[in-house]
Design a protein around this ligand. Structure first.
Ligand code: GAR
Length: 196
């Protein structure tokens, strides 16, 4: 099974979706740890309910992003994590984290990238007047919301949508594709080279 570390800042419904997929044997993985950075993150309650260890790391306590990422890397290593899943993680990352898990960090973003990067992606889509919205699961690279795309799913934007109703429609798709994309990313890893 894949050894996952999940990073979340808020509600944690994507954490829940991954835990459910594992329970239902749709994803051969185990969640080794949840890292969260807001003391009120509901993700922490969910982790507790799933008996997943969770670690609270408060970014405000570190002097810069690098120091914060160093602590994250140490925690992930401590819990023997191979794949890092950003499931509603609302902090920018540095090379400290990216270089520690090359091509093994996955993010979910609530837009059809490369449209609407950054925060408030759903509001950005509504403001732009697009008729199709969606979500993207991608590998994380240094440039925000720009790594290789693993999976996307589209939903319609309906005439009366608010950011809440549209986000809810997008989240149904997030919960479906995130576990699938994790499996896909793992399969794409090159096999160990055998030398003759
Ligand atoms: C998700 O919609 C995710 O795509 C988004 O935050 C939400 C977290 O929901 N991520 C970003 O906007 C990253 N920039 P959740 O806490 O219920 O999983």
């Amino acid at each position: 099974p894949l050894k996952l570390g999940i990073m979340a800042s808020g509600n944690g419904s994507n954490f829940e979706a991954v835990a459910e997929a594992i329970k239902n044997k749709e994803l051969a993985a185990q969640i080794k740890v949840l890292i969260y950075n807001n003391s009120s993150a509901k993700a922490a309650v969910r982790a507790e309910n799933w008996s997943v260890p969770s670690v609270f790391l408060d970014h405000r306590k570190y002097k810069n992003r690098e120091e914060f990422d160093r602590e994250i890397v140490q925690t992930l290593r401590q819990y023997d994590v191979e794949w890092v899943i950003m499931a509603g993680w609302m902090r920018l990352v540095t090379p400290i984290l990216i270089d520690a898990f090359p091509d093994k960090i996955i993010n979910i973003h609530p837009s059809l990238l490369p449209s609407f990067k950054g925060i408030n992606a759903v509001e950005q889509a509504l403001a732009a007047g697009v008729k199709i919205a969606g979500c993207t699961v991608h590998l994380v690279c240094l440039e925000m919301d720009s790594g290789a795309i693993l999976m996307q799913a589209a939903v319609p934007v309906l005439p009366d949508d608010t950011s809440e109703t549209l986000h809810a429609r997008i989240q149904v798709e997030e919960h479906r594709i995130l576990p699938q994309a994790i499996a896909l990313a793992a399969q794409r890893q090159p096999q160990a080279t055998v030398m003759y």
